[in-house]
Design a protein around this ligand. Structure first.
Ligand code: NAP
Length: 272
């Protein structure tokens, strides 16, 4: 068995996943990245791109199988694949809401179930879930995205407790708004309800401006590198000034004051 650490990164065709794959490969890790269309993904030097749709059990099994066939083992799984669905919660159809969870939450559940037998057998491994500040603090008008990341948070904390005795490390990364292609890849609810229109516009404009001013994917990649290199990684890595500030306020401010701040941040004050 080679001593080079083997890393599998889901959703490496764009944004954070692409930056993580690039950096880890430069740093000497054996990196497998994934895309639903690997042949059209931009090649990354020394990164093997595999096909993966995290919504599909067979695709997940084939992807993990391809890594073990080619590398013999798997040390690190980075669950990064995801997308953002915008719309007032009432505007979302149940199918749209379920689809968001199918990728952002059950995609992680599927990947974790596929790699754990291997990691248990190896008596070691590492799982890093790319959560979000939206999993610690609600974001209106992308509320279902936020809910999917809150679900990731609870799942990751419980998973860490369960698998740490088996020598498997689990961490999650919470970045605030970032300037990545997710802004343009965002999906939007099909239904529109007139009463939400001005509020949706205000909130989405605020989000867009935070994303425009936000850091890029390099910050996420540098953090993942630190976590992978750490023998005893923490549960949580909050990254970026905005995310650090908001997560601190969320913990220490009384609920009413925090909510007032959130309303103002997303321009949801009647007079705002
Ligand atoms: N951008 C932000 O502000 C921000 C902030 C905090 C956290 N995050 C998180 O960071 C992660 C990556 O986001 P990003 O900003 O880099 O977005 P992005 O540039 O749109 O990249 C999303 C990646 O996910 C993959 N993907 C989407 N659906 C998939 C599916 N069903 N199966 C497999 N792969 C799928 C895409 O690959 P293909 O289309 O090639 O399959 C793509 O590589 C997400 O989990 C996101 O929630 C983003």
């Amino acid at each position: 068995m080679s001593s080079q650490k083997v890393v599998l990164i889901t959703g490496a065709s764009s944004g954070n996943g692409q930056a993580i794959a690039q950096l880890l490969s430069q740093e000497g890790y054996k990196v497998f990245g994934t895309s639903r269309n690997p042949s059209s993904a931009q090649p990354i030097p020394n990164v093997v791109m595999l096909a993966l749709d995290v919504r599909d059990d067979d695709s997940v099994a084939a992807c993990v199988g391809a890594v073990t066939d080619q590398a013999g083992h798997l040390d690190v799984l980075v669950n990064n694949a995801g997308y953002e669905l915008a719309g007032a919660l009432e505007e979302l159809s149940l199918d749209e809401a379920k689809a968001q969870f199918e990728t952002n939450f059950f995609g992680i559940v599927r990947m974790v179930k596929a790699v754990l037998p291997l990691m248990r057998q190896q008596e070691g491994g590492q799982i890093i879930n790319i959560s979000s500040l939206a999993g610690l603090s609600p974001v209106p008008f992308v509320g279902i995205y936020s809910a999917s990341k809150f679900a990731v948070e609870g799942y990751t904390e419980a998973l860490r407790l369960e698998v740490q005795p088996l020598g498997i490390q689990v961490s999650q990364i919470e970045a605030g708004f970032l300037k990545t292609p997710m802004m343009t890849n965002r999906q939007v609810a099909t239904e529109r309800i007139g009463e939400y229109e001005p509020w949706r516009q205000r909130a989405l404009e605020a989000i867009r401006s935070y994303e425009e001013k936000g850091p890029g994917s390099a910050l996420v990649a540098e953090t993942v590198l630190k976590v992978v290199a750490n023998d005893r990684p923490r549960l949580r890595y909050v990254i970026g000034r905005q995310a650090k500030r908001i997560s601190r306020l969320r913990r220490f401010l009384p609920e009413g004051m925090f909510e007032k701040g959130a309303r103002s941040s997303f321009h949801l004050d009647a007079e705002g």
